[in-house]
Design a protein around this ligand. Structure first.
Ligand code: ADP
Ligand code: MG
Length: 391
């Protein structure tokens, strides 16, 4: 397995003149040998184009592609030793599963005994041993995609490119194959580029994630960094479900310290006077009285801890020891999504809607008034002019 380097790779489509579509605009990426990089982004972002350029199905307009140490620009697909798996498994219907798995090896004129041994081994990895003599039409969608994946693995390519490989499968088949795929990737030390439009899938599979939008890498990093420290508003909105709460507003200094006021256009800002912990202020000092955007994940908006509040002593203690109580927002419950382990609740408060993550067994009902507390120390802050994260 080989490493992959993309250096300022660009690609446009269409006839001359001003109507060209810029599918990729200077993409630079580096995959270590044996790494699984998930590329995620909305439809039309350039994900498939990226894979087609690496596989050699198209040539870039600019930039360089290296696999191992070899520059691949202009090298025919066959010589690149790259396998690609598509959304719908492109299998030969008249061939058996065995023949489909063996195809890549036969084209490369591998000896029959070696081909047989590799096909059997690959079928074993993917749970296809009992289907080797069947034809693709008699298999489930999940099994067909296993054959397509097996055909890629049996060849032992230097690089495996997967273009939304699970998106046509039902949920159980998808989860099972996803688990098997990651296990095999680790076991074989395969270098893999895994494309998906599904942010949850990218977070689940990627050792690192590249967020691709409008032909540009918006952020590249491990899943926890992408999720907790989105580099810009696009990533903040695209990664995470339900979406991160985003409120424009500004810091104001008052007699009781610094507060955040939303500029929601309402007569009275809904989050007016959220007190900010001192820890924040060090890197946000320059943002006083300037417009910025507060970003808060639903899990950092919680049901108010009523026990702590009702135990009067705690409250007094908190006050006397000068511990800041968490800022609160009171509002009307306008939507509840129960997922089982969690319940997501949307509160409307003076024209502003905020989503909270609550326990699955929470007793909220739509139409009630409820209070949530905000963990502002976990907030992300963005510059509205550039969309970029601050600090
Ligand atoms: P994704 O896979 O992320 O959905 P694509 O790489 O397929 O994105 O497409 C990126 C952009 O390039 C889109 O605007 C798409 O319409 C355009 N595009 C892709 N392939 C072609 C092509 N063969 N001819 C013209 N435009 C194309
Ligand atoms: Mg695509």
């Amino acid at each position: 397995m080989a490493r992959l380097v993309l250096d300022h790779v660009s690609k446009s489509y269409g006839a001359g003149g001003g109507n060209r579509i810029r599918a990729l605009a200077g993409v630079s990426l580096e995959l270590a040998s044996g790494e699984l990089l998930a590329v995620v982004g909305p439809s039309g972002g350039g994900k498939t184009t990226l894979l087609r350029l690496i596989a050699g199905l198209e040539e870039p307009d600019g930039g360089d592609i290296f696999i191992g140490d070899r520059r691949m620009n202009g090298v025919p697909p066959k010589e690149r030793e790259v396998a690609m798996v598509f959304q719908s498994p492109a299998l030969y219907p008249e061939m058996t599963v065995f023949e489909n798995l063996a195809l890549g090896l036969r084209i490369r004129r591998a000896p029959a005994a070696e081909t047989r041994q590799r096909v059997l081994e690959t079928a074993g990895w993917l749970g296809l041993t009992d289907c080797l003599s069947r034809r693709p039409a008699s298999l489930s969608g999940g099994q067909q995609q296993r054959v397509a994946l097996g055909r890629a693995l049996a060849r032992r390519p230097r690089l495996i490119l997967l273009d939304e490989p699970l998106s046509q499968l039902d949920v159980p088949a998808r989860e099972q194959l996803r688990g098997d795929l990651v296990r095999l990737q680790r076991q074989l030390g395969a270098t893999m580029l895994y494309v998906t439009h599904d942010q949850a899938e990218a977070l689940a599979v990627g050792q690192r994630i590249a967020v691709l939008e409008a032909g540009t890498v918006q952020q590249l990093g491990p899943p926890e960094t992408i999720y907790q420290h989105p580099a810009n508003l696009f990533v903040a909105r695209f990664i995470g479900s339900p979406r991160m709460n985003l409120f424009p507003g500004r810091f104001r200094r008052s007699s009781n310290g610094v507060r955040f006021e939303t500029t929601s256009g309402q007569p009275e800002p809904a989050l007016a006077g959220l007190p900010l912990g001192k820890t924040h202020l060090a890197n946000l000092e320059g943002w006083m009285d300037r417009e910025l955007i507060l970003g808060l994940r639903p899990e950092h908006v919680k049901e108010r801890d009523r026990q702590a509040l009702e135990a009067g002593g705690t409250k007094v203690e908190a006050r006397s020891s000068n511990v800041e109580l968490k800022p609160e927002v009171k509002g009307r419950v306008v939507r509840l999504d129960r997922t089982g382990p969690d319940c997501f609740g949307w509160l409307e408060s003076r024209g502003l809607v905020i989503v909270a993550r609550l326990p699955g067994d929470c007793a909220w009902r739509e139409g009630e008034d409820r209070t949530v507390e905000l963990e502002l120390e976990k907030a992300c802050w963005f510059d509205p002019a550039t969309g970029k994260a601050i600090a």
